[in-house]
Design a protein around this ligand. Structure first.
Ligand code: HEM
Length: 121
């Protein structure tokens, strides 16, 4: 089974979204990227981010990842340090929800694989 299934499927994503969202929006290092972004897109971001991290996305497209974050890279200076901050929030979220460390490691590796696309490298 995929990591998505082992972690608990869509129910696990739903449980993680709220917590992840709170952490990201409270994090001084990155919250400014989400200012002025409408709530629906923010919620969609958290859900898509976590679904990717859990290996549950069939439709991953590097091209779309690049397009979605281009404005953030070019106009707001999105870089490695911000990416790292989001990864930390992912780890903290899953830890708080009691996900075992080996599954957290797998999720981090999957999320990390999108880095060059997100940062438009
Ligand atoms: C947009 C996924 C990293 C901030 C998006 C969208 C997706 C996505 C799928 C498009 C959402 C939509 O069209 O509704 C991911 C994944 C990431 C990642 C899989 C890494 C594994 C980041 C990071 C930041 C960030 C590091 C900032 C610290 C945003 C913002 C938007 C967005 C602000 C909305 C852009 C806008 O509405 O103009 N992301 N993201 N993302 N992402 Fe990410």
């Amino acid at each position: 089974p995929t990591l998505f299934d082992r972690i608990g499927g869509e129910a696990a994503v739903d449980a993680a979204v709220d917590l992840f969202y709170q952490k990201v929006l409270a994090d001084e290092r990155i919250k400014h990227f989400f200012e002025g972004v409408d709530m629906k897109r923010q919620a969609s971001h958290q859900k898509k981010f976590l679904t990717f991290a859990f290996g549950g996305s069939a439709g991953y497209s590097g091209k779309n990842m690049r397009a979605a974050h281009k404005r953030l890279v070019e106009d707001m200076g999105l870089n490695e340090s911000h990416f790292q901050a989001v990864m930390e929030n992912l780890g903290a979220t899953l830890q708080e929800l009691g996900v075992p460390d080996d599954l957290i490691g797998e999720a981090a590796a999957i999320a990390h694989s999108t880095k060059d696309d997100v940062l438009n490298k």
